[in-house]
Design a protein around this ligand. Structure first.
Ligand code: MG
Length: 249
C-alpha cells in the first residue's frame, strides 16, 4: 500500500506539472489578456493643423503672451503681416507663462537679404525652459561650426542633417522636450531630452541635454522648475509666426 501511494503521488505531481503550464498557456494565448482598455486616451482634434489643446503663444496679431526677458516689460519686437520680428537691441523675449515638458511648434524665417556669414547670418534661437537653445540660423550655404548651425542644440548636438530652406523662406521646428528632473538636494537625477523636426525632417532624435546652453565653457546644471520659452535677439531681424505649445507634464 505504501509503495502504491508513493507511485500515486508521483503521478499526481507529474500530472500537475504537465497540466498547469497548459492551463497557464491557454490563459496567455487569449488576446484579451494583453488588451488595455483603461484609461482611454482623450480625443484631441486639430483645426488648421493646430491641436485643440494647444496654447497659442503667437497668432500673428499681438505679443500679449510675451514680455522682455530681462526687464519683464512689454516685448518690443515688431508685429507685422502676421509675424513678429526681432528689433535689434530690444533683447530676448520670453513667454509670461512657465513650461516643463512640452511639444512646441515654431515657424521662423531668416532675412531674405543676406548680410554677413557664419554665426552673424540670421542668428536667433528658441530656448526651452529659458536655458536649452535650439539654434536658429541661416544655414543655407553658410558654413559654421556644426554644433552651432541651424537645428543644433547649441554647442551640444549637431543636427543629423541640414534641412534648411533658403533665406527669406518660412521654416518650422517641431520640438518635443522632456524636462530634466532634480532631487531635493538640487542634483539633476534625470537629464532633459529633445527631439527636433525641421520642415518635416528629423534633425535631433531624442538627444540628451547635458545642461544649460553656454557660449563659452561647459553646460551647467542648476536646479530649476518650469520656465518660460525664450526667443533670442542676436541682432538679426529674424521673424517668427504660428507659435503654439502643448504641455506634456
Ligand atoms: Mg542663437
Amino acid at each position: 500500500m505504501k509503495r502504491l501511494n508513493m507511485k500515486g503521488l508521483k503521478q499526481l505531481l507529474i500530472l500537475t506539472l504537465c497540466v498547469l503550464p497548459l492551463i497557464f498557456n491557454a490563459q496567455i494565448t487569449k488576446p484579451e489578456v494583453t488588451e488595455v482598455w483603461d484609461p482611454e486616451p482623450r480625443t484631441v482634434n486639430t483645426m488648421n493643423d493646430i491641436p485643440e489643446d494647444a496654447i497659442i503663444l503667437f497668432n500673428g496679431e499681438d505679443l500679449n503672451a510675451w514680455q522682455g526677458r530681462w526687464d519683464k516689460e512689454v516685448a518690443q519686437w515688431k508685429v507685422e503681416d502676421g509675424a513678429m520680428t526681432v528689433v535689434k537691441g530690444t533683447g530676448d523675449i520670453m513667454t509670461k507663462d512657465n513650461f516643463g515638458s512640452c511639444q512646441l511648434h515654431v515657424e521662423w524665417r531668416t532675412p531674405a537679404e543676406v548680410v554677413n556669414e557664419g554665426q552673424l547670418r540670421g542668428n536667433s534661437g528658441v530656448f526651452l525652459q529659458s536655458r536649452y537653445e535650439v539654434q536658429v540660423l541661416d544655414s543655407y550655404m553658410n558654413r559654421t561650426y556644426s554644433n552651432g548651425q541651424a537645428g543644433s542644440i547649441y554647442k551640444q548636438h549637431l543636427p543629423l542633417v541640414n534641412a534648411c530652406r533658403p533665406p527669406g523662406e518660412w521654416q518650422s521646428y517641431d520640438i518635443i522636450f522632456t524636462a530634466p528632473v532634480f532631487n531635493q538636494d538640487s542634483m539633476k537625477i534625470v537629464p532633459a531630452y529633445m527631439t527636433v523636426i525641421q520642415n518635416g525632417v528629423v534633425i535631433q532624435n531624442h538627444v540628451e541635454i547635458y545642461g544649460t546652453t553656454e557660449y563659452i565653457g561647459m553646460p551647467k546644471n542648476p536646479m530649476h522648475g518650469p520656465s518660460p520659452i525664450v526667443l533670442q535677439d542676436h541682432g538679426d531681424p529674424v521673424s517668427y509666426r504660428n507659435i503654439w505649445i502643448r504641455k506634456l507634464d
